[in-house]
Design a protein. Structure first.
Length: 114
């Protein structure tokens, strides 16, 4: 599965952004992770492709929404009320079975200014 992420950018605190990740094939689930230089990659949100069941890290609950467009094989991450601490490179990921995510997109930079 090849993944193409887009939608990052620079936004002021309190603003919104929507990230997109187009997949070349179907996956069991897809997710967004983020990474700040010098820190480990952090799970942000995931969605199971068939059921639509979602999961979020606590710090983004109520602000981020992950969704999918089945015909387009695309996953979105709608981010509102952005905070400077959301600044990171965001990666989309996919897995074709439970376990580790084994397909990764190229990353898109999100910068939130205070």
């Amino acid at each position: 599965v090849q993944l193409q992420a887009s939608g990052g950018g620079l936004v002021q605190a309190g603003g919104s952004l929507r990230l997109s990740c187009a997949a070349s094939g179907r996956a069991f689930s897809m997710a967004w992770f983020r990474q700040v230089p010098g820190k480990e990659r952090e799970f942000v949100a995931s969605i199971r492709w068939s059921s639509g069941i979602t999961s979020y890290t606590d710090s983004v609950k109520g602000r981020f929404t992950i969704s999918r467009d089945i015909p387009k094989n695309t996953v979105y991450l709608q981010m509102i009320s952005l905070k400077p601490e959301d600044t990171a490179v965001y990666y989309c990921a996919a897995r074709q079975r439970p376990g580790e995510y084994d397909f990764w997109g190229q990353g898109t930079q999100v910068t939130v200014s205070s």
